[in-house]
Design a protein around this ligand. Structure first.
Ligand code: SF4
Length: 357
């Protein structure tokens, strides 16, 4: 028995009717292929639809099936992901493809509980794959749906709090219909993306306005309740941009560590109050490099659990300097444009580009 304040079929019927008229036409929409749905869902986890479309199509040209993805080296998957950010998603995609081939003979499990046990597939992504590919009655709770539900029920709690999370999943479960789950799920995603917008929801165009508690209370600007931001620690490094004969020295980070498999300029850790120059001199000495040192300022970049401040030092080697260092490669600025640099060092690349132009 539902403890909802309204009949859930009123809600799902309104969503389905609206979706049939106003749903978005997206490249992954026509497909019931769980592989394609999964790739789109993972790409959309931290990235906007507009930014994802090109990447999605290129990714599927390169890895057109789950088997192709599973058979590829992880480095190739990370390189293909270059520019999308949040690279743990690429590592998890690869790990999941390998696991599905090994454990399920290459076929996606249909049960959301099993899907959830795969690397990088949380409850909402598992629900989306099960609902969109297999029409299973599985709820989702992505950012758009979370906002819609917070507003429908005028939830006055931070939406990521444990209590809110529990309530939202229960509502999502109770509202998901038994039939037409595919269209209903797409409809909920689209309603959040097109109508129930974060800042100015378009309530007059909303198919479920007659059920919305937030609209009745005129609390659209207060709900969802803002989450308190947690303070994150700061780490500092000196990034060393070694340049010789039009090329820059890069190295791939160890595949199994943080930001594993991504490319980076050589860097050394420094303390918050140090200038970094001393550490760079020491690095150059140890590496047998001699050249003109220029400070290029600093950049900041936020990762999920810390903020990185990179002081940038350019080292200009003589064009004829002999350098042979294992694990390092030399790239032109144009080659850097398409390389999977980690976020902070992508900003260094932009800084270099600006200096050259
Ligand atoms: Fe969102 Fe407005 Fe629709 Fe309520 S009526 S769900 S606030 S768009």
């Amino acid at each position: 028995m539902s403890d909802l304040p309204f009949d859930p079929t009123l809600f799902s019927r309104a969503i389905l009717g609206w979706y049939a008229q106003s749903g978005r036409d997206l490249p992954w929409r026509g497909s019931r292929d769980p592989y394609r749905i999964w790739v789109s869902e993972v790409m959309l986890q931290q990235t906007t639809v507009a930014a994802v479309i090109d990447y999605y199509e290129r990714f599927l040209q390169r890895f057109d099936t789950l088997d192709t993805l599973a058979a590829a080296p992880l480095e190739a998957v990370i390189d293909q992901w270059a520019g999308l950010g949040y690279y743990s998603r690429a590592r998890n995609l690869h790990a999941t493809a390998v696991k599905i081939v090994a454990d399920y003979g290459g076929d996606f499990p249909k049960d959301p509980t099993l899907l959830q046990q795969l690397p990088g597939i949380g409850r909402s992504t598992a629900g989306a794959i099960a609902a969109l590919a297999f029409d299973r009655q599985a709820p989702i709770l992505d950012a758009n749906v979370r906002r819609v539900l917070c507003r429908i029920f005028a939830l006055q709690l931070p939406p990521r709090s444990a209590t809110a999370e529990k309530m939202l999943w229960e509502w999502a479960q109770q509202l998901t219909p038994e039939q037409q789950v595919h269209d209903y799920t797409q409809g909920m995603m689209d309603l959040g993306a097109l109508v129930c917008l974060p800042k100015r929801p378009l309530c007059q165009e909303c198919p479920v306005q007659f059920l919305c508690r937030t609209l009745a209370l005129k609390l659209q600007q207060q709900i969802p309740v803002r989450e308190q931001k947690k303070a994150i620690p700061r780490r500092c490094e000196a990034a060393i941009v070694v340049h010789r004969a039009g090329k820059y020295q890069l190295q791939r980070r160890p595949i199994d560590g943080f930001l594993g498999g991504l490319w980076a300029f050589p860097a050394v850790s420094v303390t918050e109050d140090s200038s970094g120059e001393g550490a760079v001199h020491q690095y150059l000495q140890q590496s047998g490099l001699r050249g003109e040192l220029t400070a290029l300022g600093s950049i900041r970049h936020s990762y999920s659990h810390f903020q990185l401040e990179s002081q940038i030092f350019k080292v200009q080697l003589a064009d004829c300097a002999q350098v042979a260092e294992a694990g390092k490669e030399w790239k032109t600025l144009d080659e850097l444009a398409n390389l999977g640099l980690h976020g902070a060092h992508k900003k260094i690349y932009y800084r270099l580009r600006k200096d050259v132009v």
